[in-house]
Design a protein around this ligand. Sequence first.
Ligand SMILES: [Zn+2]
Length: 369
Amino acid sequence: MLKSVVYVHSEAILSQMRKLDIIENRSQIVHELIKSYGLLNYCQVIAPQKCSYEDLRSFHSADYVDCLKQYTTSQEISYEQFGLEYDCLPFEEIYDFVTTVAGSTLAAVDAIINGASIAINWNGGWHHAQRDKAAGFSYVNDIVIAIHRLRTKFQKVLYLDLDIHHGDGVEHAFNFSKYVMTISFHQYEPGFYPGTGAVSDIGFGNGRGYTINAPYSRYISSAAFVAYFRQIVSAAFETFQPQVCVMQCGADVIVGDRLGGSNLLPEDCIEAMKEIFTWNIPITFLGGGGYNNINTAKYWTQLTASILGVTIPRDIPENNFFLLYGPDYVLDIYRANTQDENLQHDLLKNASIIKENLNRYVLNVLITR
Ligand SMILES: [Zn+2]
């Protein structure tokens, strides 16, 4: 019998994640902090398997998966057509890496399918990968593959994306679906990656209204974000009535991220999510971006504690990376002295457009069904 909270971890996944240059040893730092707080005593720790070729094919094209599988440095193929360049350079044994990453998120949702109420995989959440293309440090879209797996048991899936970047890969995968609602909160301004996710992008065909984009401007701060997030998410939850939820909790949404731009603390995001912890549906929590390794560890550790309902002390316990937490050696992260560029009027307007769309498209479908 599974304990109700499952935490996905293995040495194999930590060593695979080290291949991602941009995050270096982030996975290990995160895991060590969670472990040093004793939080694993409250979880069932499960080791993932690599996923199969067919699992990858449940979203990705044969050409792309074959390219990953056959990759060698000696071959002369134009890998650029598959996005394997710049921030997604291919590397030796990349197929082992992608099957391990996707396998870890499949292990999380398999636990949900088998009755767990919460599953946590901080190594998952690579939301930018497209059907036939790597993008934004995401080689395969473990999230889309996992949602396909969840759909074998659950009809209606809610996907919630808090990463500071638009969850474009997941959104595109389910653009036409009324069974998977995607909600992405993200910074949105010229030049900020990936540049998509306007409030007017709401999906197509039968899926019209089931794609939700909640953009914001830079330096978003606590009060603005928490209110924005809560009203949109609770309206979507009540209207859509999902049976299961997948959350991408990219830590680049926290202040001090080198690819980010917010002024949010872990406490703000956890405060925003409070209502979610009371939902009576299974939830899978995934990682994602997060390019300040220490802040990422602090965020995901506090989030793990909140998910478990455990209060932890502010002082960082002894662990293998303890010295990196100096000079204060506490969980606290400090706000930047920046002016929030969001106008309350703009956020309220976005929220009201989103609520109108929910009423127009999502509610009607339920009534007329
Ligand atoms: Zn990101």
